[in-house]
Design a protein around this ligand. Structure first.
Ligand SMILES: [Zn+2]
Ligand SMILES: [Zn+2]
Length: 248
């Protein structure tokens, strides 16, 4: 329902079943205030339809596939009250908190990639990870989405301190990380988080939720075997969420 993905929830569930997964959790982009990133997400008045559609798929696949209801929320300072109201409106299983904007710049949008050339990368990442830490501190989310997202087009973090500090905050707040395999489909050709940050997270006891960030049914479960290997090599563990409670 975000306007930039294809396929019906039923097709995603069937793809999960065909891929041999035990279950999947839908995490469409959540509604935000009308002024924020409107073309890339469902409107607030479509939220009930989203919930109903996932519930129907849940019933249809009952006993064959565990279907859960989630959201990918945005952390953008000032919108917390709106987000909190949406999160209180339905019985979500799992809520990812993601940072997609630095100020008004949607830094993961290929249309605005030239902006990286006008930025100091160290400062960019310090600003970004300060927002990630802020997201973790809100208490609104179960996990942090695609941790090192600004590397998407190949602009890697020249430093490490801000990322490690953000991980300290994530660990302290008791959140998980979305292990997001979409990075393997992008120019950077590396999952989020990087192997180094996967290890740093595992060392802090932060668990991972497998995520393919699927925007077509064919992307469901994308490279999960490689994801498991990277997590296990780092000494990490995988969890899932149901009713916003973590399960091993
Ligand atoms: Zn999307
Ligand atoms: Zn995202």
């Amino acid at each position: 329902m975000c306007g930039h993905a294809q396929g019906t929830p039923r097709e995603y569930a069937q793809a999960a079943l065909d891929a041999g997964l035990a279950g999947l959790c839908f995490t469409d982009h959540m509604p935000m205030p009308a002024w924020y990133d409107a073309p890339w997400r469902m409107r607030l008045d479509q939220l009930a339809e989203y919930v109903d559609t996932v519930r129907e798929v849940q019933a249809e696949f009952a006993g064959r596939l565990e279907v859960r209801l989630g959201l990918e929320a945005d952390f953008h300072p000032g919108t917390e009250r709106f987000v909190s109201q949406v999160l209180n409106a339905h019985a979500w299983d799992y809520v990812i908190g993601s940072v997609h904007y630095l100020g008004a710049w949607g830094f993961d949008n290929p249309e605005y990639v030239a902006e990286y050339g006008d930025r100091d990368l160290g400062q960019l990442y310090r600003d970004y990870y300060a927002l990630v830490a802020g997201a973790a501190r809100t208490g609104l989310f179960d996990s942090i989405g695609h941790l090192d997202l600004p590397k998407k087009f190949g602009h890697r973090d020249p430093e490490q301190g801000a990322a490690l500090h953000a991980l300290d905050v994530v660990a302290e707040a008791g959140l998980a990380l979305d292990f997001n395999t979409a990075g393997w489909r992008k120019p950077v050709a590396e999952a989020y988080p990087s192997p180094g940050l996967t290890r740093a997270a595992a060392e802090r006891g932060i668990p991972f939720v497998l995520g393919s960030d699927a925007h077509t049914p064919g992307e469901v479960g994308f490279r999960f075997t490689d994801a498991l290997r990277q997590i296990q090599d780092a000494g990490g563990r995988v969890v899932t969420y149901a009713g916003r409670v973590r399960h091993a």
